[in-house]
Write a protein that binds this ligand. Structure first.
Ligand SMILES: C[S@@+](CC[C@H](N)C(=O)[O-])C[C@H]1O[C@@H](n2cnc3c(N)ncnc32)[C@H](O)[C@@H]1O
Length: 303
């Protein structure tokens, strides 16, 4: 097992990346043409009590140069695409009768509260203990729309025992969501995570994943640099790149699940937006294609 030093809370290390994505969800939710509404995003970021993070979640970023606006905008577009795509994925899983949902690395994901879950649905949320504690405290007076169960774990360790201990049933088909996580895991921990997911998935189970699978392209690097400049402007001390593990030696989730006999479907992040009526210039659409969005379904038999 890991030591306490390897864990983090919501304002430090990888925990703070959950604030970054929640701030982007808050930004989309404020738009008059928003493609989704997450009323919990701004509330959760503000609950940290940091003026800088609150300003970011409220879109109050002062005067910033146009290249930063554009770079950060592409990251925002990606976040909006993945939110819509994963919302649809989970709603389709629920409509197909799946009642066991697992949000891996849940961070400040509020889907257990904001999606319209059928009766009898259980949503398990896995993340570091202090991240889950923060969210539970911030949303203490809100009622989840499903049976929400917190599973405090380090995903680099042996987490299935903790999941089972919270009532997870591997004999029942499950919908897994792995959003915004893989590059924060070393390559071997990513493989262990995928192996655990496959081993715990009854026939009919599904998984949805996003990641940046390869080396950062120059345009992706520009987007990351834009985000870093913006955070620096707000005096937010968060070096996201430093938290990413290398691409080398990392399995491609598309191949990984295909080899396990699952049926994999990839999505084009730009098309997710244009299908919903949002304009995406072609050069931005091309940049977004460095990013992987996928779902996979386990058939009736393993290979
Ligand atoms: C970028 S945030 C994404 C959160 C959420 N999935 C979303 O998209 O809003 C990354 C999350 O992964 C969690 N995480 C990363 N590595 C982890 C680990 N080894 N164990 C538990 N949680 C981890 C962090 O605590 C953080 O909440």
């Amino acid at each position: 097992m890991r030591t306490e030093d390897d864990s983090w809370d919501i304002v430090s290390s990888v925990g703070a990346t959950a604030l970054g994505v929640a701030a982007l969800r808050a930004g989309e939710s404020r738009r008059t043409d928003a493609l989704f509404h997450d009323p919990y995003a701004e509330l959760l970021v503000s609950a940290v009590g940091s003026a800088s993070w609150t300003r970011l979640s409220q879109g109050d970023v002062g005067r910033i140069d146009q290249s930063t606006v554009r770079s950060y905008g592409v990251l925002g577009d990606l976040l909006v695409a993945r939110t819509c795509y994963f919302d649809d994925y989970l709603e389709a899983a629920a409509a197909a009768g799946l009642r066991q949902i697992i949000i891996v690395a849940a961070g400040l994901d509020a889907r257990a509260y904001r999606l319209d879950w059928p009766a009898g649905t259980t949503v398990f949320e896995l993340d570091q203990p202090k991240v889950l504690q923060f969210k539970a405290a911030a949303l203490a007076d809100r009622k989840p729309a499903a049976d929400r169960r917190e599973v405090p774990v380090d995903l680099r360790d042996d987490w299935p025992a903790a999941l089972r201990g919270n009532g997870f049933d591997p004999a029942v088909p499950t919908a897994w969501l792995v959003e915004g996580l893989l590059r924060y895991l070393p390559a071997d921990a990513q493989d262990r995570l995928l192996t655990h997911i496959a081993a715990l998935s009854a026939p009919g189970s599904r998984v949805a994943i996003n990641t940046t699978p390869g080396q950062l392209s120059p345009t992706m690097q520009e987007q990351e640099d834009g985000r870093d400049r913006l955070l620096a402007t707000l005096d937010i001390d968060l070096d996201v790149d430093a938290l990413w593990y290398p691409a080398e030696g990392r399995s491609d989730p598309v191949h990984w699940f295909t080899e396990q006999g699952w049926t994999v479907v990839r999505a084009d992040p730009a098309a997710v937006l244009t299908d919903r009526g949002r304009d995406v210039p072609e050069e931005v659409a091309a940049e977004m294609r460095d990013h992987l969005l996928m779902t996979a379904t386990r058939g009736d038999s393993t290979p």
